[in-house]
Write a new protein. Structure first.
Length: 217
């Protein structure tokens, strides 16, 4: 159980078939102290509140910083409640959004707190992650190219250049190139001698990118 249970906001409608089960589950999680407080809003009675949160269907749950739509089992809600206050949960939530094809929501989630970018590296470091998820995470990180937000991840990206899987090393080299940081050059140069051709090719491109940044600064 999370040391700080998240609060929950639930939007329901009178005709929603899944709403009663989600309401019952969240109520039980409040009793178990896995959810701190539950606020329930009937969309029919308060459409203005639904509009405020851009609710387009029910059940709609805001659990901590996570937004979940549709049917959710007790087990799923308990798991999200546990994840709601940790870095691990952030990665799981972004993965969930990308699998659902909700890239814009993932962008908005990261934009709301760019410190969440660090959590995405858990997915970069997982060579078995869903390919669409890996591509989505790459795009989310690319959006911060040459910014302090991406540069802050340099130490962890440097570690990933030593990963056992060449796909992770290649992705780390690519992202290091996008930092635009002089400090990244040492790690990218080392990848030019990587045993895997793909990593060497990406490292060459990253060195070119870093060179462009040096020339323009």
């Amino acid at each position: 159980m999370s040391p700080t249970p998240p609060d929950a906001l639930l939007f329901i409608t009178p005709v929603c078939t899944h709403c009663p089960a989600v309401l019952q589950s969240l109520t039980e999680l409040v009793k178990q102290a896995q959810v701190g407080k539950l606020t329930v809003v009937n969309i029919a009675a308060h459409p203005e509140q639904a509009a405020e949160y851009d609710v387009r269907g029910a059940p709609w749950v805001r659990l901590g910083s996570f937004t979940l739509t549709g049917a959710q089992s007790m087990a799923e809600l308990r798991q999200w409640a546990e994840w709601a206050s940790g870095d691990e949960g952030t990665a799981h939530y972004v993965e969930h959004l990308l699998k659902e094809g909700s890239y814009p929501q993932a962008v908005a989630f990261i934009t709301a707190d760019t410190r969440r970018l660090k959590s995405l590296l858990a997915i970069v470091a997982d060579p078995e992650a869903n390919i669409s998820v890996r591509l989505g995470v790459s795009a989310l990180l690319e959006a911060y190219a040459h910014t302090p937000e991406l540069q802050a991840l340099l130490p962890k990206l440097a570690e990933l250049t030593f990963h056992f899987d060449h796909r992770v090393r290649a992705d780390a080299c690519y992202l290091l190139g996008l930092t635009g940081s002089v400090a990244a050059r040492t790690y990218v140069e080392a990848c030019l001698k990587d045993p895997h051709e793909e990593v060497r090719d990406i490292a060459e491109e990253a060195m070119e990118e870093l060179g462009k940044q040096s020339a323009s600064s």
